[in-house]
Design a protein around this ligand. Structure first.
Ligand code: NAD
Ligand code: 0WE
Length: 263
C-alpha cells in the first residue's frame, strides 16, 4: 500500500510530460493517490485529459489562475465528484518573456512585475482559498514549486526571482494561517530542469551544463526526484513539516563555490 493511498490530490500545472507537475503526478499515483487535474486553456485540454487517463483520473477542469471565476468553478465542480480534498499542487509560474531576457533594471516593467507576482505567487493563496472548505478536517497539504533565484541573483531570472521570493513568504504566511485547522503548506525548491517553461530561455543548455558540473551530486535535477520529495511532503510522513522550503537540487544551494577543476 502506497503512502498516499486514499488521498485525493488536485494537480495544477501539467502542460507536457516534461512538466514538474507530471513528475509529481507520477509519484503520487505510484503511492496510491487519487488525482484530479486542471489545464490552463483549451489548447492544453485534450493533452491533459490524455495524461490524466494514464494516472487513472477522469477529472480534468479548466483553470487559468488569473481568473477568480475559473478558480471558483474548479472547486465547485470538484466538490460534485469528491467529498473532500487532501492536497493541492501548485506548479505554475509565469512572467512575460521580455522580462526574462536582459539587465534586470532595463527590462523590468510595472505590468510585467504585476503579472509575474499575480500568476506565480498570488495564485497559490487563491487556490488555497478556493480549496479551503473541501480540505477542512482532513490534515491535508498544499505544495508549491520555487527556485533559488528567489534568494540569490541569477542572470535573466529577473522579476521571477522577486515573484518566487513572494511565493516563499506566501508559503510561510499560508502555513501560519491554515496550521490551526491542520493544513500544512510547503514548497519544493527545484534545481534547473528542461521543461516548457525553460524552453526559449537564453543559454538554458549552458546553465544545465554548469549546474551539472558544480552541484555536489554532479547531476541535474529530474522531475522524478522532485516528484518523490513532493509526494513525501503531501503525505502523512511529513505531518510535522509546514512553512518549509525543501531543496531538491542535488545540493547546489549549499555551495558558495563549485569545483575549480571542472568549470
Ligand atoms: P511547465 O511549463 O511544464 O509548467 C508551467 C505550468 O504553468 C504550465 O502547466 C502552464 O500551463 C502553467 N501556467 C502558466 N500560466 C498559467 C495561468 N495563467 N493559469 C494556469 N496555469 C498557468 O514548467 P515547469 O518547469 O514544470 O514549471 C512548474 C513550476 O516549477 C513553476 O512554478 C516553475 O517556476 C517551477 N520551477 C521550475 C524549474 C525549472 O527549471 N524548470 C525549477 C524550479 C522551479
Ligand atoms: O521558474 C522558472 C521558469 C519561469 C518562467 C519561464 C517562462 C518562459 C516562457 C516564467 N515565465 C516564462 N514566460 C515565458 O514566456 N524556472 C526556474 C526555470 C528557469 O527560467 C529561467 C531560468 C530558470 C532556471 C529564466 C532565466 C534564467 C534562469
Amino acid at each position: 500500500m502506497g503512502f498516499l493511498s486514499g488521498k485525493k490530490i488536485l494537480i495544477v500545472g501539467v502542460a507536457s510530460k516534461l512538466s514538474i507537475a507530471s513528475g509529481i503526478a507520477e509519484a503520487c499515483y505510484r503511492e496510491g493517490a487519487e488525482l484530479a487535474f486542471t489545464y490552463q486553456n483549451e489548447k492544453l485540454k485534450s493533452r491533459v485529459e490524455g495524461f490524466a487517463e494514464n494516472w487513472g483520473s477522469k477529472i480534468t477542469l479548466p483553470c487559468d489562475v488569473a481568473d477568480d471565476a475559473q478558480i471558483e468553478s474548479v472547486f465547485s465542480d470538484l466538490s460534485q465528484q469528491w467529498d473532500g480534498l487532501d492536497g493541492i499542487v501548485h506548479a505554475v509560474g509565469f512572467a512575460p518573456s521580455h522580462e526574462l531576457d536582459g539587465n534586470y533594471v532595463d527590462v523590468t516593467t510595472r505590468e510585467g512585475f504585476k503579472i509575474a507576482h499575480d500568476i506565480s505567487s498570488y495564485s497559490f493563496v487563491a487556490l488555497a482559498k478556493g480549496g479551503r472548505e473541501m480540505m477542512q478536517g482532513r490534515h491535508g497539504a498544499l505544495l508549491t514549486l520555487t527556485y533559488l533565484g528567489s534568494e540569490r541573483t541569477m542572470p535573466n531570472y529577473n522579476v521571477m526571482g522577486l515573484a518566487k521570493a513572494s511565493l516563499e513568504a506566501n508559503v510561510r504566511y499560508m502555513a501560519r494561517s491554515l496550521g490551526p485547522e491542520g493544513t500544512r503548506v510547503n514548497g519544493v525548491s527545484a534545481g534547473p530542469i528542461r521543461t516548457l517553461a525553460a524552453s526559449g530561455i537564453k543559454s538554458f543548455r549552458r546553465m544545465l551544463d554548469y549546474n551539472e558540473k558544480q552541484t555536489p551530486l554532479r547531476h541535474n535535477t529530474t522531475i522524478d526526484e522532485v516528484g518523490d520529495a513532493s509526494a513525501f511532503l503531501l503525505s502523512n510522513l511529513a505531518r510535522g513539516i509546514t512553512g518549509e522550503i525543501l531543496y531538491v537540487d542535488g545540493g547546489f544551494n549549499t555551495t558558495a563555490m563549485g569545483d575549480l577543476n571542472d568549470e
